[in-house]
Design a protein around this ligand. Sequence first.
Ligand SMILES: Cc1cc2nc3c(=O)[nH]c(=O)nc-3n(C[C@H](O)[C@H](O)[C@H](O)COP(=O)(O)OP(=O)(O)OC[C@H]3O[C@@H](n4cnc5c(N)ncnc54)[C@H](O)[C@@H]3O)c2cc1C
Length: 495
Amino acid sequence: MSDFGAGLNFIIVGASVSGLASAIALKNSSHSVLLLEKARQLGGTGSVPNGSGCAEIPPNGTKILLDWGLETALKANSAPISGFSAYKYAAGEASSPDQLGINCWDPELLSAARGGYSQFLHRDLIHILYDHALEPSAKGGSVSVLFGAEVVNVDCDACSVTLRSGQVHTGDAIIGADGANGVIRRVLLEEEDESPESDVPAEIVAYSSLVPNDLVRKHNLAAVFDGYPGCTVWFGPNRALRTFPTGKDHDVSLLLYTPDSSETGTWTGEVDKNIMDVLGSCDGHIQKLAALAGPATCVQIKQPYDLESWVSQSGRVLAVGDAAHPFSPGTGHSYAVALEDGTFIGKIFSHTRNSNRVPEFFRAFHEHRHMEKEYIFHMTLPDGPFQEGRDAAMRERHASGQNLLHGDLKQMLEDYEMMYPLLLLAAEQPDNNPHRYGYEAADDADEWWISWGRYRDDAAISRGPEGHRPQSGLFNMAFSSFTSQVPGTESVKDI
Ligand SMILES: Cc1cc2nc3c(=O)[nH]c(=O)nc-3n(C[C@H](O)[C@H](O)[C@H](O)COP(=O)(O)OP(=O)(O)OC[C@H]3O[C@@H](n4cnc5c(N)ncnc54)[C@H](O)[C@@H]3O)c2cc1C
């Protein structure tokens, strides 16, 4: 430890995946966390019966849940996935769907990566993380959560946030886990003289909905949508569909990418249009499934501006998860990366309780976690020579018994990206990319500490010009004492 004071006081904006993961990891490192969530209830408004979506977790995320001792909850609430089948989205002449091939995750690769592929209902995952965050810590850390606590202003220098109710909270550090459209990303964009419009809409939206498994079986659709290897991907022209057996009941989650709507909805608000309204011409199996789907949400896909820094100029405010690096809906890694972000931040802060080191640690986070976009898989490619090449390559692999995402297909997909940057929807390829699935966020954090962090002179840092301490007295205060109530909508839960 760099010093032996009480743990630091973190304010986290947003109680979703990256916020809860950061809270768990910081609590495990003996710090105090106040989580501020604008929604009045965990995991959304409850207005969307499907639980507002499907959380796809590849091995690099699953292993974090296992490391936190959540194996029982994981097994009880998720559907394990072995891979996906690829089909043509357009209506074919045969009664069975036009299959391009299959991609199965290599069991050896999954085992080496210490985790499998799991599909949760978004809301179930959030509840598992929330319950774990609120478990008492043997190490003295704590987590408090305020719901109905919308942050409307952030003072990066004073390290404080103001809620819509007028209540002000101050801490040693602020972590923005409030998503792609949140206040922290906006603040960081402003510091770079950019605006939210710098995240450019891609003229394609993602509709999400759910079909209960008993309906899937009743309508004889299970062979396609809940058979081996699990997920399906339907390649458009201009549209695409992904389906996932999801949660403990293997309900089938649909994620449709379509240009047929300009709705700019959220994950928590039901849209007026039904998924049937925006399907376009498609295979009959898709139509049958979509006809059974419940209410839908619709999220606009954007080409996000790449922030130069995830840390405010003051060094006290950090963006994590989608606030830092927004993913398109349904891309395979957003949940795992959000869990990794939390793990990394908690692990580096296990090495200090010195408030003056916050800027340095936050910058280390940005340096280590900043990621390049990796291999992408092109689902909505318009018909033409590239689509023909893609389909032929898949069919050839299938005919020779190979996985779809194999060999030089990677180069071909990268070429497509250059041609159609806005039509891309990503799913990484573990076959070609073992490093990503084998990534260990905690080890990466330790590497930074061993190589850099431990050599710093704490005493000098404490005296240095960047030195910041929140108002005297706050540093050692129990965190719940920050949350003195101002009349408003908040309710506090302390442990
Ligand atoms: C209800 C819901 C359902 C989702 N379903 C899917 C899905 O099916 N498929 C998919 O690919 N992705 C989905 N996502 C997005 C997915 O969670 C993220 O892409 C990824 O996991 C990273 O999460 P995050 O925690 O960084 O951000 P998010 O999950 O976007 O969470 C941000 C959190 O911050 C809160 N917040 C925002 N602004 C403020 C503020 N000013 N003050 C306080 N709190 C604030 C939000 O209410 C939310 O809880 C969903 C997100 C939500 C919120």
